[in-house]
Design a protein around this ligand. Structure first.
Ligand code: FES
Length: 570
């Protein structure tokens, strides 16, 4: 292994270059022996006080370092841009690809032999995994873990309650004071959102892909066993370097299929699709939108976690976690896929036990036979759109209604609560220009709040369609990721208020009941209305981002450039 260590291309050099590489590191008080033939492990840290979900990562990094040192490696922690879902404007998704570039170049340019990715809040996982895939060193993920279950007025709450509380305040059923009190009750510990939102979906994704040690997804951030997992991960990454076990060895087509199937069983976020497509694009595994529908169609929903179910991530951990879920769906999985600990996926979950059937059911008696995502096609979304049936209202899965169209998010905000808005329970809300290019960055606004006057009537769901995304914590009959997006001037761009739209999820169809001739006529006079940026990253993003059905990565970032550096620096 010694002559294979990439880091020795820096620290093992003699003369002026070796002096410079080592000497400046030594100003941190590092003894000489650390530079001699030890696997150097980069710990890619997304710690930031502006990413509250990852604010405990400095402490967690210490556990990883302890493990690396214990196994004979040399840990070096480095920061990358951190994406806090709640604070970053206009949307953290705009910067996912930028962070992936930061990660890729940071890994390649530096003397590291293996990498631990510290992921937590939603976009911190896909951005780090995407960047690492484009370098393809031995890599392992440690997630930060979910928050403890929120407690408010005697009941359990989590992030999905934001939408319920918001509707309740708008309907006059909850006071503003109670809403304020609920803030601290919901976020009462370190960690990311406590439901199967996007962060937990991403942590489950890395576990089901085989990129983390077993149990990574569900151990609460505040549970001391999270630190144990971090330390064990530190030990394991050193061994992975010795074994030269790389991302491309783990991320096979079968591993992606395992992840899609597991995501269906746990009712994971729709954002899973867009991020997994982007990761597949980096590592070079063919994956399409249809794969998600095809692979998840027969998978039962067996993890009773919000927003599709009732409980929280903490409960999932105590019930057996992702290994217990995967064991239940073993017959659908590729058990022989290799994982970061060197064992197969099946070896990892074979010994798992379910401790609570209220939380994890069997595949034969699921909480819902419907799971996963359905991919809709039709003239309103020629490249596809996405709906999460388990989070939708069954009665609305087949529905025709008149569209109420909002040209952009400002138009929506201006008009949604107007008393004279011609809306009823059969209406279909359509929101344009919240796609990757049009917004830009594809924000999570697809589960538009309903008009106050319908909420007052006790109506809590309508069919809603947009080219944007939805928070993994959201729910409702919400059709997302319509592609091509409105900014590109396709049929979705010319849908008008009053047009009839027909949805039939069982037939996977989403049809705008307007003649082709009329649509062509509208397109001839259509003018783009989205804001175009002419400098900086956002300009680059708008010019190169691909559509949602391809994963919304930038066209020039697909694939890998390996770990070779182009030139020596001196
Ligand atoms: Fe960070 Fe939900 S806001 S995971």
């Amino acid at each position: 292994m010694k002559d294979k260590l990439r880091s020795q291309g820096w620290f093992g050099k003699k003369g002026k270059d070796g002096f410079i590489y080592r000497a400046w590191m030594k100003n941190q008080g590092i003894p000489d022996y650390e530079f001699r033939d030890k696997p150097v492990i980069g710990i890619c840290n997304t710690w930031s006080e502006l990413t509250p979900c990852n604010a405990h990562f400095r402490e967690l990094a210490e556990s990883i370092k302890r493990g690396v040192s214990e196994a004979g490696g040399f840990p070096v922690e480095f920061p990358v841009m951190s994406l806090g879902e709640t604070l970053i404007k206009p949307t953290a998704m705009l910067y996912r690809n930028q962070v992936s570039m930061d990660v890729e170049e940071s890994i390649r340019a530096n003397p590291v032999d293996g990498v631990v990715l510290m992921c937590g809040c939603d976009k911190t996982t896909p951005s780090l995994v995407m960047g690492a895939c484009s370098v393809n060193l031995p890599t392992l993920v440690v997630s930060g873990g979910p928050m403890l279950t929120g407690k408010f007025k005697g009941r359990d709450i989590g992030t999905s309650d934001i939408w319920r509380f918001n509707d309740a305040v708008r309907a006059g059923e909850m006071s503003q004071e109670d809403l304020t009190v609920s803030e601290a009750c919901m976020c009462r510990s370190r960690g990311h959102c406590a439901v199967m939102g996007t962060a937990s979906t991403m942590a489950s994704m890395v576990e089901s892909l085989g990129l983390s040690l077993p149990e990574n997804a569900a151990i609460p951030a505040a549970d001391s066993r999270r630190k144990v997992l971090a330390q064990m991960s530190g030990i394991r990454i050193v061994e992975m370097v010795k074994e030269n076990l790389r991302l491309s060895d783990i991320l096979t087509r079968e591993a992606f299929e395992n992840s899609i199937i597991t995501n269906a069983a746990i009712g994971g976020s729709t954002n899973f699709i867009i991020h997994l497509l982007a990761i597949a694009g980096r590592i070079g595994v063919p994956l399409t939108l249809n794969d998600f529908d095809k692979l998840s169609a027969s998978i039962p929903f067996i993890a009773n976690i919000q927003p599709s179910g009732k409980y929280f991530m903490e409960d999932l951990y105590y019930a057996g976690g992702i290994p217990a879920v995967m064991k239940e769906i073993d017959r659908f999985l590729h058990g022989k896929c290799i994982t970061v600990n060197g064992k197969t996926m099946r070896e990892n979950y074979d010994t798992a036990e379910c401790y609570n059937r209220e939380i994890i059911s069997t595949a034969d008696k699921p909480f819902n036979p419907v799971s996963g995502v359905a991919i809709l096609k039709g003239n309103l979304c020629e490249n596809g759109a996405v709906i999460k049936p388990s989070a939708a209202t069954p009665a609305l899965m087949k529905h025709s209604g008149k569209a109420i169209v909002f040209e952009d998010i400002d138009d929506y905000k201006k008009r949604i609560d107007l008393p004279d808005l011609d809306v009823d329970e059969t209406s279909i809300l359509v929101l344009k220009n919240v796609g990757p290019i049009g917004y830009p960055g594809m924000p999570e606004v697809g589960n538009m709040a309903l008009p106050k006057k319908l909420l007052a009537k006790g109506i809590h769901d309508l069919v809603r369609i947009s080219d944007g995304r939805m928070s993994g914590t959201g729910f409702g009959t919400v059709i997302l990721h319509a592609s091509p997006e409105a900014a590109l001037g396709g049929n979705f761009a010319v849908v008008q208020t009053g047009d009839v739209i027909s949805l039939d999820v069982s037939k996977r169809s989403l049809v705008l009941e307007v003649s082709a001739a009329e649509l062509e006529k509208r397109k001839k006079v259509w003018k783009s209305s989205y804001k175009k940026y002419d400098r900086g990253y956002v300009s680059l993003y708008q010019q190169h981002v691909e559509q949602a059905h391809l994963g919304a990565d930038m066209d020039f970032l697909k694939g890998s450039s390996g770990s070779e550096v182009s030139r020596d620096s001196h």
